[in-house]
Structures are given as C-alpha cells and as structure tokens.
Write a protein that binds this ligand. Structure first.
Ligand code: FRU
Length: 490
C-alpha cells in the first residue's frame, strides 16, 4: 500500500486509543514477532537514540513512527532496563510537537549533566513549500523521563552544507561539550562536523573531521566518535557508495575508521573504512559506556528504503543485541554483551563428525536459540551449515576452507524484503573459521564469526521456525563441537 505524504505526517493525536489498540492487535498476529529483541508495539522502528547508563539503569530510545510500517512523523520511543537484555516499554518521550520538530524528532543522543538527562536531537521542520530546515535541539527530561523543556541550539545548516544536517552525538571533554554531526557539502559529499559548546549550551562549529575521505558517499548519517583503548573510533553511515566486491552490498553502509583523532586540528589518521556488519540488515548503530565501563553498541536491524514482509502486519524492524567493542590491530572486534547470557534457559551439547552425508543438529528451541559451534578439525573443502524447517526453507551458511570465504545465503529462507541486491552476502575471513556464535530469533539471525572478528546480521521471514541445522561437506571431514541454549522469551 502506498502512503501519501499527508498520511505519513499524521501523528498519534490523529487516532483514538481504540484505533491504536486495533493496530497493535494486528501486529500481534504477526508470526514474526521477536522473542528477545527490542521491537515496536506498532509501526516502524529505526535508529537507536539517546543510549545511556543513567542512575543505575539503561535508557534507550528509538526512532518511531507509530501508525504504520513507513518512515513518517518520527517520535522517540523509550525503553528501560537494569541490564542490557530485559528492556521494558515506556512509551514515546520526544513528540514532534513544536515548529522546530514539526516533521519529526530525528536521531540524536543523550548526556547526563549533574542529576539530569539531556537529549540532543535533530528537529526536522518542513516549510509550506516542503523545504527542509533542520534544527539541532536539546530536550531536558524531568525525573519521570518526560520532556520538561525543548530548545533549538542551531537553526539550519552552516555555510557550504545542505539541509541534510542531522544526528548529533554529544559528549563532554575538558569542561566543554562537543557533538559530532552528519552533514552533506553543497557538492553533495558526506561529512562529519564537530561542534563545541560551553556550559550554557552555546555551540559553535569547529569544522569537518579531516578523514581524507572527501569523495565517499553523498551523505554521512549517524556519526559516533569515541576513544577505545588508546585509539579513536569514528563510526558513520555513508550513503551512496557503489558495491565493491564483497563490500558495500546493502543500500546504505554502516562502518568505522580507527586511528588517531586530534581535537585541535580535527585530523583523523586511519587505515580506511571498514563495515561493521556483513549481513543484510544493519544500520545507524549507536554506542554508550556500559555499567562495566565497556563501549557497547546497538544497531538498527533494518535499512531505509526497503519494504519488509512484516509490513502487512503494520510493523517493521527491531534492534540488534548489544555488542561490546574492542580494538585489535586497528579493527573492531564485536562480541555479544555478557548480559545476553542471562537469557539462557537450558543447554545441550554435541560433538559432531561431519562428512559428505548430512548430519543434523536439532534445535532445542527452534525460534529462540543461541548456537555455538567450535571447529576442532577441518579437513574439508567446503563446510555447509543449513538451518532448515518443515517446509524446506533454508538459511545457508558455507565456509570454503581453500579461499577462507564465509557466505550467508537467505535466498530460500522464506519471504524476502524487497529492493535488495541479491540474497547472498560473503566475507573474506582473515583466519580459518574457528568459532560461530549464532542467535536465532523468530525473524532474525546474528552470526558472530571467530569470536566477533566479523558479524553478519539478517532478518529472516520463514513460514515455520527453522528446526535443525544440517551440516555437510563437499568432501573431507570436519570435527566440531556444539553447545546450544534455549533463550528466554521476552
Ligand atoms: C538514519 C536516519 C537519520 C535520521 C533518522 C530519521 O536512519 O535517516 O539520519 O535522523 O533516520 O528517522
């Protein structure tokens, strides 16, 4: 169904509680509701926003369009948890209810100052002629996590940049506030800019981060800049990169550069852009510091400009599991956060000898599992690992021992999202395949390869849950150990 502009810019106040309840009823009939991932009660979820550990709890918000599976009038929806896995729905917090954010409370971040939480975000305003005017906003939350006050910090975009100017990620350093923000030059090149502000929130532009990536997509969304060990990391989402071999296969990319950033000169020395995830559905991640002091990342398990099979049930998308970031030789290692282990219910172990004939591993809980695989010996050429169900839908994973290429193929996995460049994603491993940690929910798979050296995240829309994993080789044998867990349903 096509949504008109007018329909998309209708907000929550345009419908009654009864209509909203009918919408959520429809959502709950969906066979693809997730069991242990954050998902919207109705409508569309996109970027994680304002992620923070504040006064003993995690607060996370996400971009939310309540009325349907489309990008319309955006709110910030709030979820809270004592840990990183038991999030509770709290409802919308930032409403698009001022002139500054009249056409959406777009992405941003949060910061604790004294005892209070402040949200920095982009107010998306459109004029009568539909011209976009971005406002960088600050919202002050009261003790009940409701917006007490909202103020524009910056109107429009700086000279030399277009109105694609959004997604401030704020931090404090040396007594000043800073934010990094996504921008587009008037020559249509993506950039990340840095602003500095004093304690009364007067912000001024310091300039562009000098990355040397001057012709690298037409817009950079959702930048995030932080220290990790003795390195600096800039995460951003360039739009408009052409596919390049196994890289940049999705409609928009999400990745990072690691190196040394100088806040005086704004120069960032690095060894090149690396994608964070090699699956089909990953975008606009945001990081924060965990209770334990780790750098933890959550991403949107979806992408813009694609329609998904859940749309007919009036909802779209979810967030990824939380991942801990570490730097190893200028690349990021992403391991799932230890809190996820709290979801384990019961386990089963098996040692398998895999050859040309299929060896099946039955899942103890088909649509709600963690499966760990350790390769003990690999004398095979190609190892296949296929998750299958009763109606012969298959998620295929293959590892080629000769080339070191790992492939995820969802072409026969069930219903498929539209508008995506083929249904296979591959990655060249930098070491032989040793471990896989796989999370399977009702409509997603997250595959952590070799202890988080590579990650592949994808939505899946099977008719029935995948019940077993079929292992086989083309020739030669593989000895492997598996340990699987049933996960708690949220
Ligand atoms: C990224 C993004 C952001 C924007 C938000 C709007 O997915 O386009 O740049 O702030 O979504 O929902």
């Amino acid at each position: 169904m096509e949504w008109t502009r007018e329909e998309r810019y209708r907000g929550l106040s345009s419908i009654s509680n009864e209509v909203f309840e009918r919408m959520t009823h429809k959502v709950n009939q969906s066979p693809w509701r997730q069991h242990f991932h954050i998902q919207p009660v109705s409508g569309l979820l996109n970027d994680p926003n304002g992620f923070i550990y504040f006064k003993g709890q995690y607060h996370l918000f996400y971009q939310w369009y309540p009325l349907g599976p489309v990008h319309g009038l955006k709110y910030w929806y709030h979820v809270v948890s004592d840990d990183l896995v038991h999030f509770e729905n709290k409802g919308p917090v930032v409403y698009p209810d001022t002139t500054y954010d009249s056409h959406g409370a777009y992405s941003g971040s949060s910061i604790q100052i004294d005892d209070q939480l402040y949200l920095f975000y982009t107010g998306n305003h459109r004029t009568k002629d539909w011209e976009r005017v971005p406002y960088q906003m600050v919202a002050t939350l009261n003790d009940d996590f409701q917006v007490e006050d909202k103020q524009p910090l910056i109107e429009g975009s700086p000279q030399g940049y277009t109105d694609h100017f959004r997604d401030p990620k704020v931090w404090k350093e040396n007594g000043n506030y800073y934010f990094v923000i996504g921008a587009q030059t008037t020559e249509q090149s993506g950039r990340a800019l840095i602003y500095q502000g004093d304690t009364s929130f007067k912000f001024h532009l310091l300039g562009e981060i000098e990355t040397g990536l001057s012709d690298f997509g037409y817009m950079w969304e959702c930048p995030d800049l932080f220290k990790l060990g003795n390195k600096d990391v800039l995460i951003f989402c360039p739009q408009g990169l052409e596919p390049d071999g196994m890289n940049y296969r999705n409609i928009y990319q999400s990745g990072y550069i690691v190196g040394d950033f100088d806040l005086e000169t704004l120069e960032m020395k690095h060894h090149g852009f690396v994608e964070l995830d090699h699956g089909f559905d990953f975008y606009a991640p945001q990081t924060t510091i965990s209770k334990e002091g780790e750098r933890v990342l959550i991403g949107w398990m979806g992408l813009p400009d694609i329609t998904y099979p859940t749309d007919v049930y009036n909802w779209a998308h979810c967030l990824t599991l939380p991942r801990v970031l570490k730097v190893k030789e200028d690349t990021l290692i992403q391991t799932v956060h230890l809190d996820v282990e709290k979801l384990r219910v019961r386990s089963k172990e098996a040692t398998l000898e895999v050859s040309h004939d299929h060896t099946a591993l039955d899942l103890i809980q088909p649509d709600c599992s963690e499966v760990n695989i350790s390769i003990l010996e690999n004398e095979a050429d190609v190892l296949s690992m296929n998750f299958t169900n009763q109606v012969d839908e298959i998620v295929k994973m293959t590892y080629d021992n000769n080339t070191g290429i790992f492939e995820l193929d969802r072409s026969q996995s069930g219903e498929l999202p539209s508008n995506q460049d083929n249904q296979k994603r591959s990655i060249q491993l930098n070491e032989a395949l040793q471990t896989l940690k796989i999370f399977i929910d009702a409509s997603s798979i997250e595959v952590f390869i070799n202890d988080g050296t590579h990650v592949m995240t994808s939505r899946l829309f099977p008719k029935e849950p995948y019940q077993s994993c079929q292992f086989s080789t083309q020739s030669g044998t593989v000895k492997l150990e598996t340990k699987q867990y049933e996960m708690k349903r949220g």
